[in-house]
Design a protein around this ligand. Sequence first.
Ligand code: PGA
Length: 257
Amino acid sequence: MNRKYRKTVIAGNWKMNMLASTVKPFMEELKANMPKVRPCEVVLCAPAVIVPTLLKAGKDCKVAAGAQDVSKYEKGAYTGEVSASQLADIGVKYCIVGHSERREYHGEDDMLVNAKAKALLEKGIVPIICVGESLEQREKDLTLEYIAYQIKAALNGIDATQVRRCVIAYEPIWAIGTGRTASAQQAQEVCEHIRAVIRGIYGARPARAVSILYGGSMNAKNAAELLAMPDIDGGLIGGASLKPVDFAAIVAATDQE
Ligand code: PGA
């Protein structure tokens, strides 16, 4: 983490879990376990239908509500889609785009991820742009090259002022939901590389202002070591964000110098 230049962000990704009716007890338990000192922004990204409940329940606990996906279209005949203005209108501050599960199961490509990020920025919502390599790419030593490609594609046409508001999440696919976390060194190497790619496009100042998160089996035990790395500015947390005590412990792990 480097708090001098950028925000630390702990974002939970509930995926297709939780019910609106379980949000309140969840938030009560989270509040009871949340550390008093909290030098980070705390976000929970919920399924769209649960976001309004989360917005209400999160206020008391100072937890921002995020969404997990958005349409690239502004409005109109797109059955099933949710637009950036609809999210902004109810007070959504963050939205995940390009999660590997959406890329894999819903055929999202880099151009679509880019369009979604732009749609969000236009409405003042912070896109949490996910990138990450497969195990095969890592084994073939293609990680850095592939990540650079994904970052460039996702940020295409986004200007230097807008990029400062973006959050990038490095999520190696082989580490998601597998219990196989990247080592702090592996994660730092890629996050540092992501910053270098952003520096190459926009220059030093925007690059040092972008928060870069690590995601992939981050938990209460390994969070502190990952967060101690200079280019890891937080986490995108799946499984452990469903357990209030564990999620609160990850938030507490940001309290380090
Ligand atoms: P995980 O998921 O923490 O359960 O590995 C992370 C993510 O997919 O965002």
